[in-house]
Design a protein around this ligand. Structure first.
Ligand code: GLC
Length: 567
């Protein structure tokens, strides 16, 4: 048996619960969760009305994707005013009420902060355009002269994450083509200049604004992006002259050390507030960088995307458990676990792909992953995740086993990655949720309207079809979360270690954590528990598929524990 020691955790100081260390957080994507006003776009009142569903799952917190004033060119990640609510989603009073109701249900509230860029409709960007080259207004963003004889070439060779150039040229007041501005994402998402102290002050005010309204934490968007390398050097190029990102690395504009000064600043602000406010970073960085972001004076957590990217393969999954625990432990931080979010193909679909399938760019209509297999494996992967120490992030609809939707007509797709790059994009995981099988729009909206069409398969998966049904995905999540809490499975220091049985048969992963043993059978064939190196007296606590006659079916997982572990 191989152990990973996780006992270096810093003890919670007196009176502090460090609630975030083992919290299960449910991500709400406001456009698609629930629509109260009937316009087909989700809203804050819709969320508030459905918070009991979230609380009934047994999670600790919600994370709300952006609901701020925005032209919605990137689903709200293009913020025009960070201290107001977009009218499509409601009002500031609606936000206050949501926070109040969530708290009354025992749910903490995490909101998104989007500090790498603003919307091009942000008042300060509009002023920067009007003020002209060399002005203090322009210095809030990253404007540069172009290269080439007449400045007709972009200032460097950087590519946007959403395809195409990362620079757009503006027309100056005299009508001539002028400077270029940097946008790592869409043209309508200009990057802030974090070398300018005014940008720091502006964001400190945004954090305080929401902290004052009672939020418990922030999810930091593109947390690896704000600090750009000195002099904005070109990316390395391949033999064809095109910019390349070496294997295992990130583009030159990501993961620069300057971001850490920002988080140290922010951590001080959070620590001034009562009630243990926290930050979790969305940072697609090489694993080795993780400890820097979660150092004791920076963020509390970063998303662990290695787990999400691991293939349905015991070696890959084992590595995706061991490495993040080891890295986070170096600085006494908890790790996080994520299987789905609003940017990736839903895991109920992803696991139905052939093993080497890519994760990014969405699902095209031509691809037909095996839906039944995908869901079986997704349920098993979820059970594995929820038994591990640390904090877990769930994405709305995964508790219903929702698949990625492939057949959205191109003209209805909104993802800028689709519009700029022609890839399917991320709309397929953002389709409005089904609440009731027999209601118009599956109960998403009182009028039946829905900003993206819902597929017929959503009827059977609607929440009301699964509630109270033994073995449904919804009830499996509820039971797993109940047991996770009762057995304190998330507690980082509770059992000091996670270990693996090295003598498990091929294709079977056996993980021991605290009072439970998790058996994941990645093969298509059933395995008999009696033949496995596990405690044969142990009780089956929960299975991702029915566990009959001591057999773990193919592509399934089970939690085992000694009798009485639950009491
Ligand atoms: C993050 C968000 C994603 C958004 C991008 C730009 O990756 O999760 O949805 O498109 O940042 O803000």
């Amino acid at each position: 048996m191989t152990s990973i020691n996780t006992s270096t955790t810093v003890p919670a100081s007196e009176g502090r619960t460090e609630w975030w260390r083992d919290a299960v957080v449910y991500q709400i994507y406001p456009r698609s969760f629930a629509d109260a006003d009937g316009d087909g776009m989700g809203d804050l009142r819709g969320i508030t009305d459905r918070l009991e569903h979230v609380a009934s799952l047994g999670v600790d917190a919600i994370w709300l994707s952006p609901f701020y004033t925005s032209p919605q060119n990137d689903g709200g990640y293009d913020v025009a005013d960070h201290t107001d609510v977009d009218p499509r989603f409601g009002t500031l009073e609606d936000a206050d009420r949501l926070i109040e109701v969530a708290h009354s249900l025992g749910l903490k509230v995490i909101v998104d902060v989007v500090p790498n860029h603003s919307s091009s409709e942000h008042e300060l960007f509009q002023r920067a355009l009007a003020a002209g080259p060399g002005s203090p207004e322009r210095d809030l963003y990253i404007f540069r002269e172009g290269r080439g004889e007449n400045g007709e070439l972009p200032p460097n060779n950087w590519h946007s994450i959403f395809h195409g150039d990362a620079w757009t040229r503006v027309t100056e007041a005299d009508g001539r083509p002028g400077q270029w501005y940097l946008h790592l994402f869409d043209t309508t998402q200009p990057d802030w200049n974090w070398d300018n102290p005014a940008v720091h002050a502006l964001h400190a005010d945004i954090l305080r604004f929401w902290l004052d309204r009672g939020v418990d934490g922030f999810r930091v968007d593109v947390a690896h992006g704000m600090a750009k390398p000195e002099g904005l050097p070109d990316s390395p190029v391949g033999s064809d002259g095109m910019a390349v990102v070496p294997e295992g690395e990130v583009p030159v504009y990501f993961d620069n050390d300057g971001v850490h000064e920002i988080y140290r600043e922010w951590r001080k602000i959070l620590d001034e507030y009562p009630g243990e406010r926290m930050m979790v970073g969305e940072a697609w960085i090489p694993e080795r960088s993780i400890p820097k972001y979660v150092a004791p004076d920076e963020m509390h957590q970063v998303f662990n995307f290695g787990f999400l990217q691991a293939r349905w393969d015991t070696a890959a999954m084992r590595r995706a458990i061991v490495e993040p625990l080891r890295l986070a432990d170096q600085v006494g931080a908890p790790t996080t676990w994520v299987l789905s979010n609003h940017d990736v193909i839903r895991h109920a679909t992803r696991y139905g792909f052939p093993p080497d399938h890519r994760f990014g760019e969405g699902l095209s209509r031509e691809e037909t992953p095996d839906a039944e297999l995908g869901l079986r494996r997704a349920r098993a992967a979820t059970l594995l995740m929820l038994a591990l120490p640390g904090s877990a992030y769930l994405y709305q609809g995964e508790e219903l086993g929702l698949p990625e939707v492939a057949d959205i007509p191109d003209e209805l797709r909104e993802d800028p990655a689709h519009k700029r790059g022609g890839v399917p994009g991320r709309d397929g995981c953002r389709v409005p949720l089904p609440w009731r099988a027999d209601a118009p729009g599956y109960g998403f909206s009182p009028t039946g309207a829905s900003w993206l069409p819902q597929p017929g398969s959503f009827g059977l998966l609607a929440a009301d079809q699964q509630a109270g049904v033994e073995g449904s995905t919804l009830e499996m999540y509820r039971e797993a979360l109940r047991l996770r809490r009762a057995l304190k499975l998330g507690a980082h220091g509770a059992s000091d270690s996670v270990s693996f049985s090295d003598d498990a048969p091929d294709g079977v992963l056996i993980v021991h954590h605290g009072p439970v043993t998790i058996v994941v059978n990645t093969t298509p064939d059933p395995v008999t528990l009696a033949t496995l190196p596990v405690d044969h007296e142990a009780t089956v606590l929960l299975g991702s598929a029915p566990i009959e006659a001591g057999c773990v079916p193919g592509d399934a997982a089970v939690w085992l524990a000694a009798d009485g572990a639950e009491s």
